[in-house]
Design a protein. Structure first.
Length: 332
């Protein structure tokens, strides 16, 4: 199955900038799209609810202006992430706003609903659903999602535990539609590796935290730059769902990252009221790929690095692919 036009046209790289809670803003989305990758944001980042149409107006106007001024370098499409869980009492409102602006890509999380998928299709959009296992993947496609975001081990924030190789292979055995891979992708070589393994696009989040346009504190950005895979802690303490977080932020909250309990977040006993550290704001999500992030840069510069690395990785592999594999004596 070929990719829908929105995922294969106007992309400089086969990359979606993942929607980052609190961090993804109109400025970051516009910068990502102008640079040639899909920019996205969670609808819930636009607070209060009336801010969502304002955000979409800013994004669509900025991209339209860019395209009119740069007909030879058109912007990539953008996406809005919708939390489908029943606790999201804004879902209907936010979906209606997305319909008004004909959002080209909707990313759904924490639930799959047929009526939402039909609504997005009615205005010509597509739906990508993020999943951490085959059960959720099959359910999403059965309910009408167009593609899957496989959230593998090492992804930032709420993440799964499956190897990306196993996850892609098992999914490709029954699904030939769009697959986006998430998990420790922060270089152009990793983007190419995702494609070689069977994905169509790569999902990159943590690297975009360390960009000038990201709505993150300087301390958070610097922690991404200074961190490595060893600094990532996988726990369900903070939201009740397992996720990956920066060790430094856990220590700053007065907790021992090596001895975190399995806990219902409503029973957390560290701090109280306004003094209690808040997940995402004070407890920082991050994936394991941050060792590749060396400085805080504009989003366009990050995409430029990814594009250069992607081209270099292709060039390195091209001669090897053309040469026959030598057979060792005694091998069969």
């Amino acid at each position: 199955m070929s990719l829908p036009p929105v995922l294969r046209q106007r992309l400089r790289l086969p990359v979606i900038g993942s929607p980052l809670f609190i961090i993804s803003s109109p400025d970051l989305v516009v910068a990502q799209c102008k640079a040639g990758v899909v920019g996205s944001f969670p609808a819930l980042n636009a607070r209060p609810a009336p801010a969502l149409p304002e955000w979409l107006e800013r994004i669509t106007s900025a991209l339209k202006e860019h395209d009119e001024s740069n007909p030879g370098s058109l912007s990539a499409p953008f996406a809005v992430n919708q939390i489908v869980h029943k606790s999201n009492d804004r879902l209907l409102h936010d979906l209606e706003v997305c319909a008004k602006y004909k959002v080209p890509i909707v990313i759904t999380s924490l639930g799959a609903r047929e009526e939402l998928n039909r609504a997005v299709h009615s205005w010509g959009g597509i739906v990508l659903h993020d999943v951490i296992n085959q059960t959720h993947a099959r359910k999403a496609i059965d309910k009408g999602a167009d593609g899957l975001i496989l959230v593998a081990a090492g992804a930032g924030g709420h993440a799964g535990t499956l190897s990306p190789f196993a996850f892609i292979e098992e999914t490709r055995q029954w699904f030939d539609g769009p697959i986006v891979l998430s998990g420790s992708i922060a270089t152009g070589g990793a983007v190419l590796a995702a494609q070689a393994a069977g994905a169509d696009l790569a999902y990159i989040g943590s690297a975009f935290i360390a960009t000038e346009e990201a709505n993150a504190s300087l301390s958070y950005k610097e922690a991404i730059v200074e961190g490595t895979a060893a600094d990532i802690v996988y726990t369900n303490l903070f939201t009740g769902v397992h996720g990956n977080y920066l060790r430094q932020s856990i220590v700053a909250a007065g907790l021992d990252p090596d001895n975190l309990p399995q806990s219902d977040p409503t029973k957390m006993n560290f701090g109280s009221g306004e003094s209690r550290p808040k997940v995402w704001r004070d407890i920082w999500g991050s994936g394991q790929g941050i060792g590749a992030v060396k400085q805080v840069v504009p989003a366009a510069a990050l995409v430029e690095r990814l594009a250069r690395e992607y081209a270099d990785a292709k060039a390195r592999l091209a001669p090897a692919a053309a040469e026959p594999v030598p057979i060792q004596p005694g091998s069969r």
